[in-house]
Design a protein around this ligand. Sequence first.
Ligand code: NAD
Ligand code: IPM
Ligand code: MN
Length: 352
Amino acid sequence: MPHHSSPITHHGSTRICVIEGDGIGHEVTPVAVEVLRAVAPDLEFVHAEAGWECFQRRGTAIPEETWEAIEGSDGVLFGAISAPSARAPGYEPVIITLRQKLGLYANLRPVVSPPLPGYRPGVDLLVVRENTEGLYVGREKSDGEAAVAERVITRKASERIAHLAFTLARRRRRKVTIVHKANVLRETCGLFREAAFRVAEGFPDVEAGEMLVDAMAMWLAKAPERFDVVLTPNLFGDILSDEASVWGGGLGMAPSLNLGKGMALAEPVHGSAPDIAGKGVANPVAAILSGAMLLGIHLGREEEARRIKEAVWEVLGEGYHTPDLPGEEGKRVDTARFGELVCERLRGKGWA
Ligand code: NAD
Ligand code: IPM
Ligand code: MN
């Protein structure tokens, strides 16, 4: 994949801002940092805090020094944050604020068949999710009896995300499925669809198809190998990427990269997983592979990214796994041990 967003380096070395966030973010992010350090010892890491725990402790979800740390960095490695469903006055989900403020207009969420027992082979798809607008603009109001949310779709943002999707498809199987619900949401999804097909005209070598989001949910469950690049507005992409992750081994295996001009933020698709947080059992693969996406796509260090993926695949292929994955009990390991196995593998290959 092309490194679409060349970082602006403000200093001699390449600096990554690490934000663990909440819950299992504290467990999987340090493992991802260790793996990045192993393959790319020149990287410099700065740590900053943000999230729900930070908000409760300090009254601010993203402190000023965190913004400064991000600004002084070439990319961000993010764990996960909690975004409670109950009302929490003054708290906005941190990841949404970061995406919007940092202009991270695209969210790339790949899913590939894993080397795990019982998994369906042949799945290799990339969800390209619009990341700044749609129902995520935060324009909701309620008088207690009726609540209204505004869904904003602009031609500019739709063309920008479509352009990236078609560009990425050229490096893959040259097929883009435009997902929408233009049969009902005639104006918003209608504009998204129209903008995407307009962009498609500039890519005659890429097959452009479309699918209504409800049918897409069905086909993703029935025949995931049919899809290459899946281009979607924000909320549909959120839902479909969790669904698609099942084919890749589940949320513990699903990486993502939020990409903008000159900045990128790597984050697993999963959240803070309060049901398993603090137990040391979270699967760190999503976080590790998110780090690899930051390295390969954003920083242009494709060889090092490839090495990380290969090491992770080999460790999984030998049967080592965290409890969310199937496998022999004797090869069940915890979060930290899985990370060590990946680093040992990298050293064994002379890559660390
Ligand atoms: P979740 O993604 O945190 O967890 C869903 C399920 O997947 C849980 O059973 C969890 O144990 C499992 N899971 C997730 N990651 C795993 C891993 N690495 N290894 C093993 N199992 C894993 O979703 P949720 O429970 O609906 O949400 C929890 C909190 O996270 C909420 O506050 C939500 O708003 C937030 N959230 C944040 C992000 C983000 O930071 N990008 C993403 C999704 C949800
Ligand atoms: C994700 C998450 C976020 C989203 C939440 C936590 C705001 O689910 O990154 O997929 O909806 O985008
Ligand atoms: Mn989500």
